[in-house]
Design a binder for this molecule. Structure first.
Ligand code: GRF
Length: 201
């Protein structure tokens, strides 16, 4: 299974997915970023993985950007597109094109806390549990069917940084596992429902 990973920053999830690829039937064939200084690009280079940088140009529309992004993605002929901290909203056309073939990891127990600042919001809400979700990408932001979640406790004296680190560790465990399931042909999406081995998740 040919996997392309899209990143904007550190790329610790990318690293986890690369690290597990030796034990699973997938290969990261390309890494794409919208940020020139994304540390994940160095991680890809160290693993001998091809990279593409697609920077937004001034005055460019979202559709124009996404057309260039699509070209970069398709140049790797991927079976699966993995969003791993890619901090751009994708146009409906692009999402539609890769329907059922695009995953995202979100730092909350979806459907709770879509969007940004999830860790601080979990603390402010007084939640005792927080976590991470891997889901298929659909047109509505952070709304795709959830495939796998991991929970972490929220402690009384938590800060957003401490909680984020706890959640990140879980992301690194669940994201490569979901990519492996997809590569094994066990994971599909029909009518906005995620299925593992034909069973609804
Ligand atoms: C993760 O917290 C992920 O949930 C969110 O962006 C962050 C990416 O971290 N979508 P990294 O770049 O993989 O380290």
């Amino acid at each position: 299974c040919r996997v392309v990973v899209l990143i904007s920053g550190n790329g610790s999830n990318l690293q986890a997915i690369i690290d597990q690829s030796s034990k699973a039937p997938y290969q990261v064939v390309g890494v794409i970023t919208n940020k020139a200084d994304a540390y994940g690009i160095q991680r890809a280079a160290e693993a001998d993985i091809a990279t593409s940088t697609v920077l937004a140009q001034t005055g460019e529309s979202r559709d124009q950007y996404d057309q260039r992004l699509q070209q970069a993605i398709d140049s790797y002929e991927p079976d699966l597109i993995v969003l791993a901290g890619f901090m751009r909203i994708l146009s409906d056309d692009l999402v539609q094109r890769y329907q059922g073939k695009m995953l995202n990891v979100h730092p909350s127990l979806l459907p709770r806390f879509t969007g940004l600042n999830t860790h601080q919001r979990a603390i402010d809400a007084g939640d005792s549990e927080h976590g991470a979700s891997v889901h298929f990408v659909v047109q509505e932001l952070d709304a795709g069917p959830v495939i796998l979640q991991a929970k972490v406790p929220v402690f009384d004296d938590d800060t957003a940084e401490l909680l984020a680190a706890r959640v990140h560790e879980q992301e690194h465990a669940i994201y490569p596992l979901v990519v492996k399931w997809f590569a094994e042909g066990r994971l599909t999406m029909t009518d906005d429902v995620a299925l593992l081995d034909g069973n609804q998740l």
